[in-house]
Design a protein. Structure first.
Length: 277
């Protein structure tokens, strides 16, 4: 009897500049360190299984127990991940499946050496990469009646992609929508409240931190928040502009090279938890 082909990974690689990724920065701005922790928890679960997981109610109970988070909070963060395209929203709505094109590309690279000798079969309904992105050792299986020893799949995937032309054309359509979706994401940003009064969009907060550092921005947010609280004045209409004005009046210098320092991110995560309203 043939030995089953291993699909899951024992470990996965992460880019050293992962904390410079805009999507992850926005997750951090909205949910603090809990958002980053949940995201990496899900990645570990996905790669351990292969290239996707079923995130149903039972699995959410497991997450809640493992991470000490409420199911409500997990649901809020998961919805945000899907909205920001960290995972494929269509598959999740249809089958509670968590995966993405990026995850599947990295999965292909991770299994490449072993899969060249023993091709890996994948479920067509959960495979989101187009034909030109799917490696030859990945065998897309359109047949629902599947077993590990079933050799009825196409050797080169041509039959599957011919019967599913949207998989081939999808990449061109997606490219034409990149700029459009970027604009939509900017307009859909929800303001996060810091302290009692300070409201900033994630992109505004990240821009300020990138220019002046998180320690400086946290200090000015606290100062302006106290000022509004003690003076009883109405909150400013634009808190981003207000913070910039205070920084400029105090002649605070910008960083020579705007960036995010990992130590600052960790320290900030331990001491501050922004509230989403």
């Amino acid at each position: 009897m043939a030995r089953p082909v291993k699909k899951g990974l024992d470990y996965f690689t992460t880019d050293v500049d992962i904390f410079s990724d805009t999507k992850l920065k926005i997750v951090r701005a909205h949910f603090g360190s809990d958002g980053v922790l949940l995201y990496f928890y899900l990645l570990c679960a996905i790669y351990k299984n292969g290239f996707y997981i079923v995130c149903d109610d039972d699995f959410r109970y497991v997450i809640s127990a493992d991470l000490g988070m409420t199911d409500e909070k997990i649901g809020q963060m998961l919805s945000f991940f899907l909205k920001r395209s960290l995972f494929d929203d269509t598959l999740f709505k249809a089958d509670k499946i968590l995966t993405s094109k990026g995850i599947q590309r990295r999965y292909q690279e991770a299994i490449k050496q072993r899969a060249l000798k023993n091709p890996v079969q994948v479920e067509a309904k959960f495979w989101v990469l187009e034909k030109n992105e799917t490696q030859s050792f990945i065998k897309v299986r359109p047949d629902e009646n599947y077993s590990e020893n079933n050799n009825s799949f196409s050797e080169n995937n041509d039959s599957f992609f011919e019967n599913n032309p949207h998989k081939v054309k999808e990449s061109k359509v997606n490219k034409s929508k990149v700029n459009e979706s970027s604009v939509e994401n900017a307009e859909d940003e929800t303001e996060t409240t810091y302290g009692q009064h300070i409201r900033l969009k994630p992109s505004e907060y990240l821009e300020l931190c990138g220019k002046y550092g998180q320690k400086v921005i946290s200090d000015y947010i606290a100062r302006i928040d106290r000022y509004l609280e003690n003076s009883g004045k109405r909150p400013y209409e634009n808190h981003y502009s207000t913070i910039m004005d205070w920084l400029q009046k105090d002649n605070v210098k910008k960083r020579s090279a705007p960036s995010f320092d990992l130590d600052e991110i960790v320290q900030h995560a331990l001491t501050t938890t922004p509230t989403v309203k």
